[in-house]
Ligand binder design. Sequence first.
Ligand code: S3P
Length: 172
Amino acid sequence: MKHVILIGFMGAGKTSIGKKLARRQDCRFVDTDLLIEKEQGCRISEIFEKHGEKYFRDLETETLKKLLSEQEPMVIAVGGGLPVREENRRLMAKLGMAVYMKASAETLYRRLQGDQKRPLLQGGDLKERILTLMDAREEIYEDAAQITYCTDGKTFKQTVEELNELILQESL
Ligand code: S3P
């Protein structure tokens, strides 16, 4: 099964680029966060608040398992923390090709300023939080991905076109 799975830090553009990329590849787009919110009938922030992070992480794993039964190729954007769990990385490998959308801490900081919907970024110093999480995750993203693409300094259009090309090449 060859889906394209977009991984990377919060604010990397997985959802916005993923939507456009799916249109470009004439396939469906899904976002694990949106699937979870739809199924639970509430926002991710509420899930964290009411049930805690572990509960949310289990929902992410369940969501990936469900996606295994989808036959049509899709572009799948996953939450920034999803690849951290080893089981999820195994599931992603079954689902298809992981593409790491990389961005520098400065770029992410610019994009994430004022964010109120991501529980892991609330309170404290945003830059510190970004750097700490990046430190813990960067290597995981790199290792899990078949393609690493740096979005720094790229326009939206450029990113979609270049990613599309890289994915086509990698699928040959
Ligand atoms: C998270 C990233 C979020 C969302 C949740 C936790 C993380 O998704 O899943 O807030 O741990 O990095 P995005 O990467 O789409 O923002």
